[in-house]
Design a protein around this ligand. Structure first.
Ligand code: C5P
Ligand code: MG
Length: 200
């Protein structure tokens, strides 16, 4: 654990935000290499559980395959375990969480209890048609059911607009939300994110 003179943990804790297909996972993998943070992707954790047919995986499956959100209690419990198991990290990149206001409030309470401070939320900005194009393309190799039908993809984007996008405004109220242009090459977007993270 890294501590400073006030005995506060020196960590960088980022929410990597944006609609499905905006590049969160791709960028998170690159960012952890440079910043040495722990990447926690709730989507990846669900998929791991589904692959291994765990009780959590079984519960999540029906929601995920329709493009709906898994119930908060399941998702929040899973996120907390992942953080608790990695408290020696220099910080976290949360990818895919929080997905609604209730999850944001729960995260704030949990971080407070752990003495963790959120550094900021970085939101990758990409328009809907580009998202659908990217996800359908990813679906050719991802093996994900929720990547393979335009109907499910559009539903995921609709769920994002209705339930998830308010999370940006929620953290904007405490000046912690930042928009990042999510169009361009992987490298260009990575540079934009890195520059912002260094400022936080
Ligand atoms: O983040 P990702 O797009 O990989 O998530 C895939 C699916 O997992 C989402 O469409 C949703 O069904 C589920 N999920 C969720 N709540 C989260 C993260 C993911 O319900 N916080
Ligand atoms: Mg992802």
């Amino acid at each position: 654990m890294h501590v400073n003179m006030q005995n506060k943990k020196i960590m960088k804790n980022i929410i990597l935000f944006g609609p499905p297909g905006s590049g969160k996972g791709t960028q998170a993998v690159k960012l952890v290499e440079v910043f040495g943070l722990k990447h926690i992707s709730t989507g990846d954790l669900f998929r791991f559980n589904m692959k291994n047919d765990t009780p959590l995986g079984k519960e999540a499956k029906s929601y995920i395959e329709k493009g709906e959100l898994v119930p908060d209690s399941v998702t929040i419990g899973m996120l907390k375990s992942a953080v608790n198991e990695n408290m020696d990290a220099k910080g976290f990149i949360l990818d895919g969480f929080p997905r609604n206001i209730f999850q944001s409030e729960s995260l704030d309470a949990f971080f407070k209890e752990k003495g963790i401070e959120l550094s900021g939320l970085l939101s990758l900005d990409v328009e809907d048609d580009e998202l659908v194009k990217r996800i359908l393309n990813r679906g050719k190799t991802s093996g994900r059911k929720d990547d393979s039908s335009e109907e499910i993809i559009r539903n995921r984007i609709a769920v994002y607009s209705a339930q998830t996008s308010p999370v940006f405004d929620y953290y904007a109220k405490v000046n912690k939300s930042f928009k990042i242009d999510g169009l361009g090459t992987v490298e260009e977007i990575f540079e934009r994110l890195s520059k912002k993270i260094k400022e936080l």
